[in-house]
Design a protein around this ligand. Structure first.
Ligand SMILES: NC(=O)c1ccc[n+]([C@@H]2O[C@H](COP(=O)([O-])OP(=O)(O)OC[C@H]3O[C@@H](n4cnc5c(N)ncnc54)[C@H](O)[C@@H]3O)[C@@H](O)[C@H]2O)c1
Length: 373
């Protein structure tokens, strides 16, 4: 693991998710931004002394120096966004499977270079868009893709948080500090941090490709450099329309991620804070609620379910479904086509996400789209 040291947020979730099915052991790490903290974090997690590395460069060198069969097989990169590209490129190049958190990298050039490297090295590469791992998101995908709700006409996706409603970064809070700094977060604030999840969720469920974006990004908290609120109109190829909005200033918003999809024959609604239910609408019929763990669900949902219905599964299990699919690809000796074969988000999803963030920022800066009353 790279990142995820003392005081970090998502690294711990990755460790729990990776271990949930007994398919991974954490054996080496360069876990923090300073050598001292990296080593201390590794020791705290019980890593062998010679595999608590001061930096990711030292880890790469140290692991390559070990005999084949005694090296790491995969690396999880869970650093802030600015520290994604270089280690990801280097570990792919050295022949390791890479599991990287979103947004994949800062620029579209970096995204293209990484995608090229993954193809050239025929590498296993995953981006942890973890929401696509929820059983009922997989069910929604299967239902939309098999035409159960007809041709998709409209999608509304939203992600409302309130934790950045005040200038939390001034307190030195670690996660707020880098997320509001363009040099570490990238060109997008809220749109990159959580809007990227919205974009991927739409793509994962519907398969629709965004054709055009009309975006309005706002920074509500004075003195903040990046957007903390985003409202987008979407036009998809083929004619469907969408709304995507996300915010980190919606007081009371926790991880209020919701998606609704309407087609010519029906509709679907899923809410991350109640992830074990999927509301299904059908023309001229009463609504139905599909629930996780029941026999009427499809194969993909069943494969991502560990407990009987009624025993809640949620965030960590959905995350673990991404890890499990990557492990299956590693055990099968698969390569760059593994996201499609094993069903996890890959470098193409990551690259599309980076493109989405940049085009959104561009659209928001251009005033041409607005018509005055
Ligand atoms: N998929 C999700 O749901 C989800 C949720 C939260 C965060 N994330 C993503 O995960 C990443 C990390 O976010 P976070 O909230 O855990 O951040 P964080 O600040 O809590 O943790 C980042 C960790 O990386 C370490 N680090 C920084 N530079 C490093 C370097 N060069 N080498 C080694 N370690 C280094 C830091 O010391 C820290 O331990 C971000 O890209 C974020 O967008 C994804």
């Amino acid at each position: 693991m790279i990142g995820g040291g003392q005081g970090a947020f998502i690294g711990g979730v990755h460790r729990m998710a990776a271990r949930l099915d007994g398919l991974y052991d954490l054996v080496a790490g360069a876990l923090s931004s300073t050598p001292e903290k990296s080593i201390a974090s590794g020791r705290e997690l019980g890593l062998a002394d010679d595999r608590c590395y001061p930096t990711w460069q030292a880890m790469l060198e140290g692991e390559l120096a070990r005999p084949e069969g005694e090296r790491i097989q995969a690396v999880s990169i869970v650093t802030p966004n600015h520290a994604h590209f270089e280690p990801a490129l280097a570990f792919v190049d050295a022949g390791f499977a890479v599991i990287l958190d979103k947004p994949m990298v800062h620029t579209t050039e970096q995204a293209e270079a990484l995608a090229r490297k993954v193809r050239d090295r025929d590498a296993i590469f995953a981006v942890t868009y973890n929401y696509s791992g929820y059983p009922l998101v997989r069910q929604a995908r299967e239902m939309v893709r098999s035409g159960e709700i007809g041709e998709v006409r409209k999608v509304v996706v939203e992600y409302n948080q309130g934790w950045l409603a005040t200038k939390l970064e001034e307190s030195g809070q670690k996660q707020a500090d880098w997320r509001t700094d363009p040099s570490r977060s990238g060109v997008g604030g809220c749109i990159g941090d959580i809007g990227s999840h919205c974009e991927q969720l739409v793509a994962s469920i519907t398969g629709l490709e965004i054709d055009k974006i009309c975006a309005d990004l706002t920074t509500f908290v004075p003195g903040r450099e990046l957007d903390d609120d985003a409202n987008l109109l979407l036009r998809f190829k083929g004619g469907a329309r969408g709304l995507l909005f996300c915010s980190q200033i919606c007081v009371g918003g926790e991880n209020d991620l919701r998606i609704r999809v309407w087609g010519t024959k029906g509709g679907l609604a899923w809410h991350q804070e109640e992830p074990n239910r999927l509301l299904v609408h059908r023309l001229d019929q009463p609504d139905q609620v599909y629930r996780r763990g029941n026999g009427y669900l499809g194969e993909a949902a069943a494969a991502g379910t560990r407990l009987p219905s009624g025993h809640p599964e949620a965030f960590i299990e959905a995350f673990a479904n991404v890890y499990k699919a990557v492990a299956e690809a590693i055990y099968a000796g698969a390569g760059a086509d593994s996201p499609k074969r094993f069903g996890f988000p890959g470098v193409e999803d990551g690259a599309r996400g980076v493109q989405f963030i940049h085009r959104t920022v561009e659209s928001s800066r251009s005033e041409q789209k607005w018509t005055a009353l």
